[in-house]
Design a protein around this ligand. Structure first.
Ligand code: SF4
Length: 238
């Protein structure tokens, strides 16, 4: 697994952004996260080592643009170069999440077709309001492999009218950090049941810092949030 952040910084888009970790980390270093900048690792996917081989080995999953949103407007001037690198590295699998699925169609390259097989796009759906807004748009978006990210999950969400084979998997989880909002286990179980009925893979990634189960609130340390979620034993995909 590799990481690639071609640009850094973003603009808050919806409720899930309230405690954005990019803003949280930047604040500690006095950096303004609303200024979107190309990073020093912009060309990482096509960088080669002294032996002439790519630094990112073939076959890797590349977590892309986790210090921004790949589709943020400010990055329109750099995105075609990023697509060129993704096109060159068809031997890698790129995955990015977005809260801007309405921009997919206008941001993809001209030879995109129904989507490149080496690109997975995940749409974030943190509450029912954003489900109503984003799911119909994401359903129609030209993407070959789509996933859903219900993280941070901020309330009960009913996705049943949209779920189906067009979604590869749904990832759910709570929120981290000092100001983390509560995630209720019943919301997680509801999403899992909806996925099971629709034949969609389900993955409970992490509990978040403030986790409520059977009416009892638990404060979970960052290092335990993933393992506690795994311990629930409710995942249907790895
Ligand atoms: S879209 Fe993502 S990166 Fe941008 S502000 Fe929201 S949470 Fe942060």
């Amino acid at each position: 697994m590799a990481g690639w952040n071609p640009w850094h910084g973003c603009h808050k888009k919806s409720e899930g952004c309230a405690n954005c970790y990019v803003y949280r980390i930047d604040a500690k270093h006095g950096r303004d996260s609303s200024v979107v900048q190309r990073t020093a690792e912009f060309d990482l996917p096509v960088r080669r080592g002294r032996d002439g081989n790519y630094k990112i080995a073939p076959g890797e999953l590349v977590w892309t643009c986790f210090s921004s949103d790949f589709l943020v407007e400010d990055a329109d001037i750099w995105r075609s170069e990023a697509w060129d690198m993704i096109r060159e590295r068809r031997d890698l699998e790129f995955l990015f999440l977005t809260k801007r699925p309405e921009r997919i169609a206008q941001c993809v390259p001209s030879d995109w077709g129904e989507g490149w097989p080496n690109v997975t796009i995940g749409c974030t759906v943190e509450n029912q309001k954003r489900a109503q807004e984003r799911m119909p748009v994401f359903l129609e978006a030209p993407v070959r492999r789509k996933i859903l990210c219900c993280e941070p999950l901020l309330g009960p969400v009913d996705l049943s009218r949209w779920l189906g084979p067009w979604i590869d998997r749904l990832i759910a989880g709570g929120e981290s950090g000092e100001q983390a909002r509560v995630c209720d286990y019943s919301w997680i179980l509801s999403l899992r049941a909806q996925c099971n009925r629709a034949g969609v893979g389900f993955y409970f990634k992490q509990t978040g810092a403030n986790f409520c189960k059977d009416g009892k609130l638990y404060r979970i340390r960052r290092k335990d949030q993933h393992t506690q979620a795994l311990r629930a034993g409710i995942n249907t995909v790895e």
